[in-house]
Design a protein around this ligand. Structure first.
Ligand code: SOE
Length: 390
């Protein structure tokens, strides 16, 4: 018996809305075993921008009221700004609607805890959209670690470097406001790296036990540009308007650094910044074990550098063989994948879990585990000392 298509509702139609809508559109062609879906409702505030986006992204309906939308769909993607993650996601789960929510789970630990608890009470999947787990080279790396290729894991080093705020006149955006975002580079970028470390070595090193964190804001106010009507609706008026309407405070970190101590005794160093001139989306993770090491860079996301026991140097593995995770769905060896493919893999796994009534990882509980580390790093910065995550 053919399944009725899953009706998907999506809140948010800008950068993440585009990435996830593209992923949903690609599923039938490249993952024909994925559940059939229809892009049912696109949710947003600005009716004009929303109508244009719905047409461009292939949604049949629009809604400015997320509560009404939740009643009409089988699955809910919450891609809104961080301060809009908790309420709609909790309401959807209470209505028995599975949720995929963008990271970080929430601006605050208490909201993330409420989301985790709502997911625990619901009998449908609730996922945190840590898309970098779905890079084939990252999943290949996880296999190497689980096979013992690195030996005992001792050190993790993760960094996420961007430069979109290096210009002090770069416009204010919701990501720069503590009430809307929670934190800055820490939650926006650090969340990815802390989760990636949990994904790769969490089983080997346990959770993060203690942290020493430092947050820094370099530019403490930014221009809001007058909207000449050409704004693409992302609220930061970043489309070249020269007229400054006002200057708004930056109330989050522009950069963070942290040292972490894992339960096993392994140690980690993490950092992220939006001021690393010359680095656009440079997310790297390195792991050192007693028998070997590995290095991954998002700027070379089809490759993994591996140092195996007994070798003098790293070998560069091109992770594009048909036996590598997801690759056989796309192209022959060496034809490489991109950033957007991680969202297709993520939606394939999430929607398959929904259709099969299975759990999905990363779950809200895993999103909450990251949020506890983010919160501890902020507390450590406030106190100027090491703090326990617990
Ligand atoms: C920040 O600019 C950002 O869009 C993050 O929010 C995403 O999670 C990351 O994947 C790319 O950069």
């Amino acid at each position: 018996m053919t399944q009725e298509p899953l009706q998907v509702g999506v809140l948010g139609y800008r950068f993440m809305g585009k990435a996830h809508a593209n992923a949903l559109a690609r599923l039938p062609m490249f993952f024909p075993d994925a559940p059939a879906i229809e892009r049912h409702t696109l949710v947003g505030r600005d009716e004009g921008a929303l109508a244009d986006a719905a047409e461009r992204l292939g949604f049949a309906h629009t809604a400015t009221d997320w509560e009404a939308a939740i009643d009409e769909v089988d699955v809910f993607y919450n891609l809104g700004p961080n301060h809009v993650h908790a309420e709609p996601s909790i309401a959807a789960l209470a209505a028995g609607v599975p949720v995929l929510c963008e990271k970080p789970l929430a601006p605050t630990l208490s909201e993330a805890e409420a989301m985790r608890d709502a997911a625990a009470d619901a009998d449908v999947p609730a996922g945190t959209a840590f898309n970098y787990r779905f890079v084939p080279a990252i999943q290949y790396a996880k296999g190497l670690i689980e096979d013992g290729e690195l030996g005992e894991v001792r050190q993790v080093r993760g960094r996420y470097l961007q430069d979109w705020l290096a210009d002090p006149e770069a416009p204010w955006a919701w990501r720069l406001d503590a009430d809307m975002a929670g934190s800055g580079a820490l939650g926006d970028l650090g969340a990815h790296t802390i989760d990636l470390a949990n994904f790769l070595v969490g089983d080997a090193v346990g959770g993060v036990a203690r942290v020493s964190g430092h947050l820094r804001t370099f530019v403490d106010e930014r221009p809001v540009y007058a909207d000449d009507g050409s704004d693409d609706g992302d609220g930061d008026n970043s489309d070249g308007d020269a007229t400054v309407e006002e200057y708004r405070d930056v109330t989050v970190d522009d950069a963070y650094t942290a040292q972490v101590a894992y339960e096993s005794g392994a140690v980690g160093n993490f950092e992220a910044t939006r001021f690393a001139t010359g680095h656009k989306n440079d997310h790297t993770i390195e792991i050192h074990g007693s028998a070997g090491s590995l290095r991954f860079s998002l700027e070379r996301l089809n490759e993994l550098e591996v140092l195996r026991a007994g070798n003098r140097g790293y070998e560069t593995v091109l992770v594009t063989d048909e036996s590598d995770p997801y690759v056989d769905r796309w192209w022959p060896p060496g034809h490489v994948l991109g950033w957007e493919h991680t969202f297709v893999h993520e939606s394939y796994e999430f929607l398959s879990a929904v259709a099969e009534g299975e759990a999905f990882s990363p779950s809200f509980a895993e999103g909450y585990a990251v949020q506890r580390v983010l919160d501890a790093i902020e507390r450590s910065d406030e106190r100027g000392e090491w703090v326990s995550v617990g």
